[in-house]
Unconditional design. Structure first.
Length: 376
């Protein structure tokens, strides 16, 4: 529905949209950043390993140019010379390749980070569709990539031309100097040329990386309807959630009301608050709140209390204090022990008086000892 609602995709992608795209292997990548890291690794490798590479090539040339006739026509000797020469250049070149490999891996995750996606690895036969391939070839992204490639090649080729032109006399002079100096100078010239190319790649990368990030978010933009649909998918339909919440509240209320007959006393505001307390004198627990509520719920608690002949006392400060400080099925705080003890003593005294076991207790003092921090 969201794909065909015709709404313009003007909203930035949500975190879920970005996360889903990442799971599918859709992450921003910059080829130019990868190229820069490979070239940079080449410059670093050349700078570090230049003495070893130069020494290796000098050894190869010296060995090759000093072969005797007997060595040339002896297979075993040629194998030995070949392996010797190979080791002279293979070790520094292998080290250079490892440096470039490490930097190539860093360059590939420079933008977008590491991502393993099984979905992206699965074969998709739709990619074999010639029409789909043709559509990708003539798309705006392909045109942008073509323009970038042409601009990049032109820019780097121009810089390379001028640097080679400036060093042409030095390049031509290599044939007039001894082999050791020629190899050393050739490596220095190669280092300068690679350094120029790396410097040329820096502004290209600085332009390409922000563009790839912008283009990535542009492709994942969402319409307002898509955001609404996603919210419903993640959070659920608000109407259904409200209905479930209401049903849960009703169930909790019914369960709470079933506990009211077990209460020893109900303390009220008298109109807005009602709290039902239960106390086991033979137990070690303090008085426990078995039910509480305001307005309609409070009226229902008082109604059930009267039905089961449970004392209902009007003590507004104490009712508010217990309501705001104590959760259901929890003990009252220690600061209210003294006040609630007076209430329970009065209730038990009235019960004993009605049964004819003791004289009528004194009226309960409405100014119960409630700490300031527990008053509401």
């Amino acid at each position: 529905m969201a794909e065909s609602d015709g709404q313009e995709k003007t909203e930035q992608p949500t975190s879920k949209r970005l996360s889903d795209a990442r799971k599918k292997g859709q992450i921003p990548r910059s080829r130019e950043a990868g190229t820069l890291f490979v070239l940079l690794s080449g410059v670093i490798a050349l700078y570090i390993l230049a003495p070893f590479i130069g020494k290796g090539f000098v050894g190869v040339f010296n060995t090759s140019l000093q072969l005797t006739r007997d060595q040339v026509f002896t297979i075993d000797e040629m194998k030995r010379v070949f392996l010797t020469d190979l080791m002279l250049v293979a070790i520094p070149l292998f080290a250079a390749c490892m440096i470039m490999l490490i930097f190539a891996l860093i360059g590939s995750i420079f933008l977008g980070g590491i991502s393993f996606s099984q979905e992206a690895m699965m074969p998709k036969f739709s990619k074999l569709n010639p029409l789909a391939g043709l559509k990708r070839m003539i798309s705006l992204n392909s045109l942008i990539e073509l323009v970038k490639s042409i601009a990049k090649v032109t820019f780097i080729a121009t810089l390379s031309y001028f640097i080679i032109k400036a060093y042409t006399p030095d390049i031509l002079s290599l044939s007039y100097i001894d082999i050791n100096s020629a190899i050393s100078k050739a490596i220095n010239l190669l280092f300068i040329l690679m350094l120029v190319i790396v410097c040329a790649m820096v502004p290209i990368v600085l332009i390409d990386v922000p563009f790839q990030i912008w283009n990535y978010h542009k492709q994942l933009r969402m319409s307002k309807q898509e955001i609404k649909d996603e919210y419903k998918e993640v959070e659920g339909n608000p109407q259904i959630k409200n209905r479930i919440r209401r049903m849960q509240y009703e169930m909790a209320s019914r369960r709470m009301m079933s506990n009211v007959p077990e209460a020893d006393v109900v303390v009220t505001n008298p109109t807005h608050y009602a709290v039902a307390l239960s106390y086991d004198p033979n137990g070690s627990l303090a008085p426990v709140v078995v039910a509480k509520g305001i307005d309609e719920v409070a009226e229902k608690i008082k109604e059930i209390a009267r039905e089961y002949d449970i004392p209902v006392l009007t003590l507004p400060p104490l009712a508010r204090s217990i309501y705001y400080t104590t959760d259901l099925d929890k003990e009252i705080p220690k600061g209210l022990f003294k006040a609630v003890a007076q209430v329970l003593a009065y209730v038990l005294g009235m019960k004993a008086f009605k049964e004819g076991k003791s004289p009528k207790p004194r009226d309960l003092d409405s100014n119960l000892p409630i700490p300031d921090e527990l008053q509401f």
